[in-house]
Design a protein. Structure first.
Length: 294
C-alpha cells in the first residue's frame, strides 16, 4: 500500500514575503534576490493573499514571469481566509471567510498572481469562528483533485482548532508565532500537538518583528543582554542565535525570515550550523520570562 505524504518538503529556512512591497525592488532586482535566496538553500517562499495590501504575490509573480526557470527550484506557500478591509476591498468590517467560494477564489487568484499552476502549500490564515470543518475539507479535497494545491495547513490555530480540521482533512502544518520574546506556543499545546502528530510547524517572526534587536522594553532588554553574551561566546550574531533558539525545539520548526536583506537571510541560514545546549536555550527562556524555571 502506498503511503500518502501529507507534509510538503520545505527548505529548513523559509523566506517570508510579508514586506516585499516595502523593499522597493525592480523586477530584475527581485529576480536577483530570489536567485540569491535559492543559492543559500532557501527554496520555500511564504506568501499570503493580503500581504502588501493584496499586492505582494503579484510582485513576486512578476519576477517569476521574468525568470520562469526559477519556479521549478522553489516551493510556493500562501495563506488565505482573511477578508481585510482596504481601499481595494471596502468591506464594512474586516472578517474571516472559509466558505468554499471564497477559498477557491483566493487560491485561483494566488495561482494567477504567482504565475503558477500549483501551490505546494496553502494555509488558512486565521481561525474562522464560522468555519464548517467538513465543508472546508471538501473544498481542500476538490482543489487538490484539480491539481491546484498539493498540501493544506493552517496558521495561528489553537491545538483544538487544528484537531477539528485535521479530523476532516489531513493538515501538513500549523504556522505559529515563536521567538525569544513570544513563548506562548511552548505552553498552549500547539508545539506538543506538532510533536505528537509528527508534523513540523512553521514559525513566524523569530526576531519578534525586529523588536528583539531594537525594542527598549524591559523584556527585550533582558533577552538581548543574555543573547548578546551567548552569541559572543559562540561567535555568531544575535539574529543567527534567535533562529538557532527556534530551531532547537524538538518539533523541528521551519523558521520564516522577514527581511529583504540577503545578508539577513544568510544570518538565518547560518543558524542551521548552531546547536544550542539546553542551558543556553533555557538561559534565553529565563531572560524572556523574567524568572527561573518553576
Amino acid at each position: 500500500m502506498t503511503t500518502v505524504r501529507i507534509e510538503p518538503e520545505l527548505s529548513p529556512i523559509v523566506a517570508g514575503m510579508w514586506r516585499i512591497a516595502s523593499w522597493n525592488l525592480s523586477v530584475q532586482a527581485r529576480v536577483r534576490w530570489i536567485e540569491q535566496a535559492l543559492e543559500l538553500g532557501v527554496t520555500s517562499f511564504d506568501h499570503a493573499d493580503i500581504y502588501g495590501d493584496y499586492g505582494a504575490e503579484a510582485l513576486f509573480g512578476e519576477a517569476l514571469r521574468a525568470a520562469p526557470a526559477l519556479r521549478s527550484r522553489m516551493q510556493l506557500v500562501t495563506k488565505c481566509g482573511i477578508r481585510l478591509r482596504s481601499a481595494q476591498r471596502p468591506y464594512r468590517v474586516s472578517h474571516y471567510d472559509t466558505s468554499a467560494g471564497y477559498i477557491r477564489a483566493q487560491v485561483e487568484q494566488s495561482l494567477r498572481q504567482l504565475h503558477a499552476e500549483r501551490l505546494e502549500l496553502v494555509l488558512i490564515h486565521r481561525p474562522d469562528y464560522l468555519m464548517d470543518a467538513a465543508a472546508l475539507a471538501g473544498t481542500f479535497a476538490a482543489l487538490t483533485r484539480e491539481g491546484k494545491v498539493a498540501h493544506w495547513g493552517v496558521s495561528n490555530h489553537s491545538s483544538s482548532q487544528f484537531a477539528l480540521l485535521h479530523g476532516h482533512h489531513p493538515l501538513a502544518t500549523n504556522q505559529i508565532e515563536l521567538s525569544p520574546l513570544c513563548l506562548d506556543a511552548l505552553d498552549d499545546g500547539t508545539l506538543d500537538q506538532a510533536q505528537r502528530l509528527g508534523l513540523r510547524p512553521m514559525a513566524w517572526s523569530p526576531l519578534a518583528g525586529g523588536r528583539l534587536i531594537t525594542d527598549g522594553g524591559e523584556q527585550a532588554v533582558r533577552v538581548r543582554a543574555e543573547m548578546e553574551a551567548i552569541a559572543a561566546r559562540l561567535g555568531i550574531g544575535l539574529a543567527t542565535l534567535a533562529f538557532a533558539w527556534v530551531l532547537r525545539h524538538p518539533s523541528r520548526p521551519y523558521p520564516i525570515t522577514g527581511t529583504g536583506r540577503i545578508e539577513g537571510v544568510r544570518e538565518a541560514v547560518a543558524a542551521l550550523d548552531v546547536r544550542l545546549d539546553a542551558e543556553d536555550w533555557y538561559a534565553i527562556w529565563t531572560a524572556s520570562k523574567g524568572h527561573s524555571v518553576p
